[in-house]
Write a protein that binds this ligand. Structure first.
Ligand code: 5GP
Ligand code: MG
Length: 174
């Protein structure tokens, strides 16, 4: 299997820093912003962004996590049978910045939007991803993108975060 590293630790840090500044700039500050990471690898990225915005603005930004497995349209269980794992952020009237590692067909984000809206009525929802690999099947786009990586459907983007893996890196495998 051929592998190419397309982002290393430094590149990921730079992308996180840029995205954090973009979030602050686009929202004209960070009032009412909460960061929500999508399980699993949206979580370390959400933490990195929340921490960076916290450093820049000298605040403690609310940061939550969701597991939307049950909300995907390719999961056949009735989502109302699924126990809520305890999403404890109050998103009512907030600007929610959803965070995931890779954006592909858009189905995960569609499910995440359903989940969030079932748990309150945010003022605004935005999306940040580390990698946009294309191949959308729904009219969904990211507001903040670490790197656009045109891929074939067969390619796989491996995203490593220190929390789970040995290093922070992004690798394309064919
Ligand atoms: P989608 O729902 O947009 O088709 O796929 C996005 C979700 O699947 C994300 O949560 C992401 O973690 C995962 N995913 C899809 N394609 C890839 C990929 O090439 N690499 C990685 N690491 N995750 C992917
Ligand atoms: Mg995922």
């Amino acid at each position: 299997m051929e592998k190419a590293k397309i982002m290393d630790e430094k590149a990921i840090q730079r992308a996180v820093t840029r995205i954090s500044h973009e979030i602050i700039e686009k929202n004209k500050g960070i009032d009412d912003i909460c960061i929500v990471g999508i399980k699993s690898k949206g979580i370390p990225l959400a933490k990195m962004i929340a921490e960076k915005i916290g450093q820049i603005e000298d605040v403690d930004l609310p940061c939550g996590f969701i597991d939307i497995t049950a909300y995907r349209d390719d999961v056949t269980r009735d989502r109302h049978d699924i126990k809520d794992e305890g999403f404890d952020l109050d998103v009512h009237d907030k600007t929610v910045v959803l965070v995931d590692d890779v954006l592909f067909t858009g189905r995960t984000i569609r499910a995440a939007l359903d989940y969030i809206i079932d748990n309150g009525r945010p003022k605004l929802i935005q999306l940040a991803v580390l990698i946009d690999r294309g191949h959308r099947e729904l009219p969904i786009r990211a507001d903040y993108v670490g790197k656009n990586v045109p891929t074939s459907r067969l390619e796989k983007v491996q995203v490593n975060f220190k929390e789970f893996d040995q290093e922070n890196s992004v690798i394309i495998c064919e």
